[in-house]
Design a protein around this ligand. Structure first.
Ligand code: ADP
Ligand code: MG
Length: 252
């Protein structure tokens, strides 16, 4: 069996933003990364490094300026709809409708993500159970706590049972309990041989969750590989020290 098949690959993935008539910035430059099944790939970098831009291109929210990404064999430029069916994207902003209940929210997103009508109800029950949401499933989103809303936005991103998750700063701003729910979910998800790409600027989150990391500065991947292998190659003991070493090398 192809237990280690490549699920996501970026090929010279590049995004430039035109700021005004004169200035263009390159948010992501010729990014070449790979994530296989059962793997958590972390994209690490300081604020402004290009993490969100890269994840948005992989998730078909933004068009690359050049290069591309291939997700489950589908090119994001050619088949964005197919790509969307196989991924769950969790953004930092929650994007929920205040007047709907969690159950209504999930029914809505299950439908727009193309989950078969007959499977929706049982999948919603399953997600409520996995994320421990049963208690507040009937309340309006406007009346939920921040932690409950965060769980709902996670639920929303996984409702169609995607094989690939793309999480932008998944533990950012979460309380301790919700953060644990998210990290437990990530670990269970990869046990099912699924793939996660997440961004973070918090090294201990990466250390705990990621099998592989890409260190991004100014839109460029400065180091990429298995966590252990990278630490060994650079003779560093922690991801944090590796991160600063790579940052310094970049400034020379
Ligand atoms: N829509 C946009 N228009 C112009 N510049 C942008 C836009 N989105 C991001 N940028 C710029 O691209 C760079 C990378 O941003 P981003 O991908 O959000 O970084 P990160 O998620 O690592 O903090 C930053 O310099 C940011 O200001
Ligand atoms: Mg970001």
């Amino acid at each position: 069996m192809n237990s280690k098949s490549i699920k996501v690959r970026t090929v010279d993935l590049t995004k430039k933003f035109k700021l005004n008539r004169k200035e263009t910035i390159t948010a992501v430059e010729k990014m070449n990364l790979e994530a296989t099944s059962g793997e958590v790939l972390g994209i690490l970098g300081p604020n402004g490094a290009g993490k969100t831009t890269a994840l948005r291109m992989i998730s078909t929210i933004l068009q690359p300026t050049s290069g591309t990404a291939v997700v489950e064999g589908q090119d994001v430029r050619e088949n964005p709809l197919k790509v969307r069916q196989s991924i769950g994207y969790l953004a930092t902003e929650m994007g929920l409708y205040g007047r709907l209940t969690p159950r209504e929210t999930l029914t809505f997103f299950a439908r727009i993500n193309g989950l078969e009508e007959g499977l929706i109800k049982s999948r919603i029950e399953e997600v409520f159970r996995i994320l421990d949401m049963e208690e507040f499933q009937g309340r309006k989103v406007n009346n939920l706590s921040t932690g409950m809303k965060q769980k709902l936005s996670l639920a929303r991103s996984i409702i169609h049972d995607p094989s690939i998750l793309i999480f932008d700063e998944p533990t950012q701003g979460l309380d301790l309990m919700t953060s644990k729910t998210v990290t437990d979910y990530i670990q269970d998800f990869t046990r099912e041989n699924k793939t996660i790409i997440l961004s973070t600027h918090i090294m201990h989150v990466a250390e705990k969750l990621c099998d592989k990391v890409a260190i991004l500065f100014d839109g460029e991947v400065k180091a990429f590989g298995g966590m252990e292998q990278l630490l060994k190659r650079h003779d560093e003991e922690s991801l944090e020290s590796l991160f600063f070493k790579v940052a310094e090398d970049g400034n020379n």
